[in-house]
Design a protein around this ligand. Structure first.
Ligand code: BG6
Length: 299
């Protein structure tokens, strides 16, 4: 039980001392620490930690946005999955096309969670499975499998792993791997622009969906001499968000100055929604590594 005695929190550890905390509330990853005990994910000091089963997602960590991203749809912002209480899946079915080189469970510490629809949910016929795993090298992997159960109607959805990275100083951070891509700018009513070819740096509010990126994106934190590597499959888009000063002041669960220590980089499927016919399954995988020096994606 967590400190409110309401939601269960699962702690994964590897033999070197790295750890991951996952809450059944939202299936949210609340913490990811390396073997030196350093926290790699941002959580706001003002975050409201799940005070009731109906509480909203905590501000920070990694939350699952499903079946909607943002406000584009009839549901609450980023969909309902992050606001629900999930269950532990004790007996998940094997993946449809197992990859012999995929060591998702080998030598790893992992937990399988499942979210099934409530009576009123639309779409109704889904099963959402999430495996969170911590590898021996400290890498964190999230694999979501969404199934349209037999005899249900076809449905479409968007998806994102809303990932709050902890950074030393946003002005010293740059993202590589999104250069020259088209993006939708949420600050300009979703208008489409093309990135001009340089690594992305930050000096004001950013809220963009980069489209059809390669599988690897790197976030370089110059001051901390740390690089986050994101590798993804089934998630063509990348959301980049920092609220900067003015918007930070408007968020009740976010400190006024905390935008300096946070950068959201989300592996996502947004521009082209995913459609599943009855019996079909989709997989979205995101792996995060935090390495001590600068790194270039081999895209
Ligand atoms: C980002 C969106 O991913 O999440 C932003 O692109 C949004 O538009 C931000 O403001 C925070 O959303 P929320 O619902 O977690 O406050």
């Amino acid at each position: 039980k967590d400190w409110n005695g309401i939601d269960e929190v699962v702690v994964l550890r590897n033999p070197k001392g790295a750890s991951v905390r996952v809450s059944l509330h939202g299936g949210q990853v609340m913490s990811w620490r390396n073997d030196r005990g350093e926290e790699l994910l941002f959580t706001s000091s003002k975050a409201m930690i799940f005070k009731s089963p109906k509480a909203k997602a905590m501000r920070g960590g990694i939350s699952v946005c499903f079946p909607q991203f943002g406000k584009c749809g009839s549901l609450e912002q980023h969909g309902f999955a992050r606001n629900r209480v999930w269950a532990i899946d004790h007996n998940p079915p094997p993946p449809p096309n197992p990859n012999p080189n995929d060591s998702t469970s080998l030598g790893k510490s992992f937990i399988d969670l499942i979210l099934k629809p409530a009576q009123e949910d639309r779409p109704h016929g889904f099963e959402l499975r999430l495996r969170v795993s911590l590898a021996l090298d400290g890498n964190l992997t999230l694999i979501s499998r969404i199934r349209n159960i037999k005899n249900a109607k076809p449905f479409s959805f968007s998806f994102a792993y809303h990932t709050h990275l902890s950074v030393s100083d946003i002005s010293e951070v740059r993202i590589e791997g999104l250069e020259t891509l088209d993006y939708l700018d949420n600050l300009c009513q979703g208008e489409r622009f093309t990135e001009q070819g340089d690594a992305i740096t930050f000096e004001s509010e950013v809220d963009r969906v980069y489209l059809s990126s390669s599988q690897c994106v790197a976030v370089l934190d110059h001051e901390k001499k740390r690089t986050y590597i994101m590798r993804k499959q089934g998630l063509p888009d990348v959301v980049v968000w920092n609220p900067w000063e003015k918007k930070s002041r408007l968020m009740t669960d976010f400190g006024d100055e905390e935008y300096k220590q946070m950068l959201c980089v989300d592996g996502a499927a947004i521009e082209k929604s995913i459609t599943l016919k009855p019996g079909e399954e989709w997989t979205g995988r995101m792996e995060l590594a935090a390495v001590p020096s600068s790194f270039c994606c081999d895209n």
